[in-house]
Each structure stands twice: as C-alpha cells, then as structure tokens.
Design a protein around this ligand. Structure first.
Ligand SMILES: Cc1cc2nc3c(=O)[nH]c(=O)nc-3n(C[C@H](O)[C@H](O)[C@H](O)COP(=O)(O)OP(=O)(O)OC[C@H]3O[C@@H](n4cnc5c(N)ncnc54)[C@H](O)[C@@H]3O)c2cc1C
Ligand code: FES
Length: 254
C-alpha cells in the first residue's frame, strides 16, 4: 500500500518518564512499516505535521508504537490525546537502518533518539548490543525493552544518577575494542558526529538517523536538507525525509 494517510485509533498514550510518552495506535500502516522509518502526525492547530519515529511494529495486531518527548505545542497537544480517540497519521516515511548483512550490531541511542533503534534491534539476524545515554534517570526510557532483544545493554547518564557517569561515546570506545561490524546511532547531532568519528577510526561501518527539522516529510519542501558528500571532495544537498533519515555516516558532511 506504501505511504498513506490514515485516521487510526489510539490504544494507549501514557507518560513513561519525565515529559516522555508511549503512544500505541491501531493502523493498517503497520503492514508496510520498516524499522527506522517515521510517520508524520497531525497535531491539532498545527499546519505542519510532526515527525515521530516508529519504535515498534506489530504486524499481527496491526499496531505501531511511538515514544515521544513533549517539546512544544504540537507534542503537548499529542500528550493530551486519550485512548479511544482518533489520530491522523501519514506514513510510513523515509528509509531506516539496514542491518541485514551485519553479524554484530551495536546500537547507540542518545535520549529520545533511542526509540527508532528498538524495532531495528528486534529485526537483527544476530543478537545485538545497545548503549543508551540519558540526561538523568528521570529521562531514561526503553532500557527493559532493549534488554529483551540485546545481549548487553549499557546505560549512561550525564549526571551519574543511573549507570555509567559520562557519555555514550566513552562506552562506545571501550565496546569497539571487541567484535562489532556495524554501529547504528540516533540522537543529538553532536553525539552522532562523535559516534561516527569513533566508528570510522575503528574501521566499523556506521549508520546514523538524522532527525532534522522537517516540513512536509515527503520530499516536497526542502526544509530538511543536509549536506552529503558527492564526487571528489564535493557535496550536494539531500532531503533527509526521503534520502534518510538513516544515512551512512561517511556520506554526511558534518
Ligand atoms: C525523522 C524524525 C524522527 C523523529 N522522531 C522522534 C521521536 O521518535 N520521538 C520524539 O520525541 N521526537 C522525534 N522527533 C522530533 C520531533 O519531531 C519534534 O520534537 C517535534 O516535531 C516538535 O514539535 P512541537 O510542535 O512539539 O515543538 P515545536 O514548537 O515545533 O518545537 C519546540 C522545540 O523543539 C525543537 N525541535 C523541533 N523539531 C526538532 C527536531 N527535528 N530535532 C530537534 N529539535 C527539534 C525546536 O527547535 C524547538 O526548540 C523526530 C524528528 C524527525 C525529523
Ligand atoms: S521535509 Fe519537506 S522535503 Fe523533507
């Protein structure tokens, strides 16, 4: 069926951490959804839909799960939507992670960057590892979910209130001293840049999900463009919504 707009039914929309919500909807769009893709959600009073990553797909139950943080008016409105209400969703959109050839994947999630990695971890051919970093324990999400599908789940917090006191990049440097052939990362851009550098130095392939600000989400408005390498030292602009959001880190002009 491909990309469709659908008025779907909200099954659950509840707070799971400070300002962070778990949203599950019933929708036929689950049939076409792939890990690392996103949807554009209509939020009342907003002209532009808000992009949110697909966190889990259940094709049997025909559900999609999302985990989102309240940032501004759109996500604030979303947080007030109740189970049983309808939600207008456009998707699935973009291209996700490609883990099909990897034997050992390490997922690196920074804060609200963790959700799109979860379904990807589920769909790995071999059991992956995960490193998840948060501001503090109040913002920690999805740790038990990752433990279901990963061998080792390491957690770090900026303030040391949970797990390792420090940055995910410090844990990644240590982790890459042993077996790994692909790093998949999602989080703030400075974190992605640092993760890409570490992976490159160790000769490990790295795919990053770039969550740029977006307009249409469909390749029509150019709001989301980022610079990607092209030819000998040159670059071109790519629409993150269509070309990505997941891109090989070596292509990105940081
Ligand atoms: C492909 C993609 C996937 C995403 N997946 C998720 C997800 O799974 N969970 C989640 O919580 N959020 C996700 N986001 C970010 C989410 O779309 C924004 O937080 C949301 O659109 C903010 O809308 P708002 O109306 O609440 O806030 P606005 O009023 O639009 O903005 C409030 C603040 O958030 C900042 N902001 C808005 N969009 C972004 C963005 N893309 N990146 C960084 N800062 C932003 C603004 O600069 C502003 O400071 C994703 C974004 C993209 C592009
Ligand atoms: S958001 Fe419009 S082109 Fe990407």
């Amino acid at each position: 069926m491909g990309i469709t707009t659908n008025i779907c039914t909200v099954l659950e929309n509840s707070q799971i951490a400070s300002g962070i919500y778990n949203l599950t909807v019933k929708t036929h769009q689950s049939a076409d959804a792939k890990p690392g893709q996103f949807v554009n959600i209509y939020c009342e009073g907003k002209t532009l839909r808000r992009p949110i990553s697909i966190c889990e797909i259940d094709k049997n139950l025909q559900t999609l799960r999302f985990v989102y943080q309240v940032k501004g008016e759109g996500t604030k409105w979303l947080s007030r939507v109740q189970a049983g209400q309808s939600l207008d969703i456009l998707g699935p959109l973009g291209h996700g992670f490609n883990v099909s050839k990897a034997r050992k994947v390490v997922f690196v999630g920074g804060g609200i960057g963790a959700p799109p990695l979860l379904e990807t971890a589920k769909q790995c051919n071999f059991i992956p590892d995960a490193i998840l970093g948060f501001k503090s324990k109040d913002f920690a999400i999805l740790i038990d979910d990752f433990k279901k599908y990963c061998e080792n789940v390491q957690v770090s917090t900026d303030d040391g209130s949970l797990g390792y006191h420090g940055l995910v990049t410090e844990l990644l440097k240590e982790r890459l001293q042993s077996d790994c052939d692909l790093v998949c990362a999602c989080g703030p851009k400075p974190m992605l840049k640092a993760v890409a550098k570490i992976a490159e130095e160790r000769g490990v392939e790295c795919q990053v999900s770039l969550e740029e600000r977006m307009g249409c989400g469909l390749g029509a408005c150019l709001v989301c463009v980022c610079k990607v390498k092209s030819g000998e030292g040159g670059f071109r602009y790519a629409q993150v919504c269509r070309y990505g959001p997941v891109i090989n880190s070596k292509e990105v002009v940081w």
